[in-house]
Ligand binder design. Structure first.
Ligand code: CA
Ligand code: CA
Length: 370
């Protein structure tokens, strides 16, 4: 029943039947390096981390290597060919050489640098984040149950919770009070049991773990993009720019991504039109015709996490052979420069593969256009 603390900024939580840590990528980072630059960058906009499922019953224990446990009998059949294809349109990216990472990192301890030359084969990537509509189609066809549903809880930004749900919370997270593990929060109930996605079917699916995202992409006969593929896609054909559209956050005063305006975490002015997620494709596409590469929802990539990168040229890099966390990219609607300057193409963060939160989604990639 105990919630394991991570460093001294977390308090022990008693919640659900899980042991989960109370915060996120930066904290793991600080364990490796006591860099003073880590101060002030731990926004919680990276989502939250589930630790090993201590105390989870056998019924709920997931074996991520056992597809039979992940899928229903029909899962491997893929999308129903008798219906119109609900999957996202794929955009072909030609690959080739590009500059990955940056030598001018906004958050050095995240391993944003060094900048290195990377060459990729051509690949396809979905033009927008996977939506609730699409994820619902997947679960309807397969009977798939997400990890948040199996664990019985997921992390929600407290500013979005109803007073009723808030009144049921019996804990506090000392350094990240804006995050709460909420019983009954899952992709169908992004802010807990009294919330719904009915009016948000074209918003990104949230509370989707890496394992869930992988399962969706496999069902769709696609795969998660590597971090290198995701970053090439983010850059939209521009070289050595911070954002998918250039170096200026708001060209001509226009918002190009769903981010946080105001004072994080207490006041979101929603100047960009959205205090929560936005319908996918609400903001301008980048040069490749891809939407919401930064902002809206964080996006899982296939790679294991490391902060150590060689400056040597690389061909189709796939990250470390193993690890504990997976890389996520792009930041979310919760990101503000003061706390989470991670809505840049070179920025990155991580979570354990079974983690889920109210700002974390994904999109798929493919080697072929089936
Ligand atoms: Ca916003
Ligand atoms: Ca995104």
């Amino acid at each position: 029943m105990a919630m394991a603390p991570v460093l001294n900024i977390c308090v022990v939580l008693f919640f659900s039947i899980l042991a989960v840590s109370c915060d996120v990528g930066d904290i793991v980072q600080e364990q490796r390096s006591e860099s003073p630059e880590s101060q002030g960058t731990d926004c919680g906009c990276q989502g939250l981390k589930r630790e090993v499922s201590v105390g989870v019953s056998d019924v709920n224990t997931l074996d991520h290597h056992d597809d039979a446990n992940i899928y229903s009998k029909t899962a491997n059949e893929g999308p129903d060919k008798t219906e119109s294809d609900v999957r996202s349109k794929l955009v072909l990216l030609q690959g080739g050489w590009f500059l990955m990472g940056t030598d001018d990192p906004g958050i050095p301890q995240d391993g944003e640098g060094p900048q290195r030359k990377v060459k990729l084969d051509a690949f396809y990537i979905e033009e927008h984040e996977v939506t609730n509509q699409q994820f619902q189609h997947f679960t309807n066809q397969t009977g798939y149950i997400t990890e948040a549903e199996r664990f019985g809880d997921s992390f929600v930004f407290e500013g979005l919770l109803s007073e009723e749900v808030k009144s049921t919370l019996s804990h506090a997270v000392a350094a990240a009070p804006w995050w709460s593990p909420v019983k009954g929060a899952d992709w169908r109930h992004p802010e807990g049991p009294d919330s719904t996605i009915h009016n948000r079917m074209n918003h990104p699916a949230l509370h989707v773990s890496w394992d869930d995202a992988r399962a969706y992409c496999q069902w769709a006969k696609r795969r998660l993009p590597t971090e290198a593929e995701w970053e090439l896609a983010c850059r939209g054909g521009l070289q050595d720019r911070m954002y998918p559209w250039g170096n200026k956050l708001m060209p001509r005063g226009q918002h190009y991504a769903n981010l946080w305006q105001g004072d994080f975490p207490n006041h979101n002015t929603a100047e960009d039109g959205y205090a929560n997620t936005s319908p996918v494709m609400s903001f301008p596409a980048n040069g490749f015709g891809l939407y919401d590469m930064v902002g809206n929802a964080w996006e899982w990539t296939a790679d294991w996490w490391t902060v150590h990168h060689s400056a040597e040229d690389k061909f189709n890099p796939k990250g470390p052979e193993s690890g504990t966390d997976r890389v996520k990219k792009g930041g979310s609607y919760m990101c503000h420069k003061s706390y989470c300057y991670r809505y840049r193409c070179a920025a990155r963060s991580q979570n354990t593969p079974d983690s889920s939160a109210s700002n974390l989604g994904f999109r798929c990639a493919s080697d072929v256009d089936p």
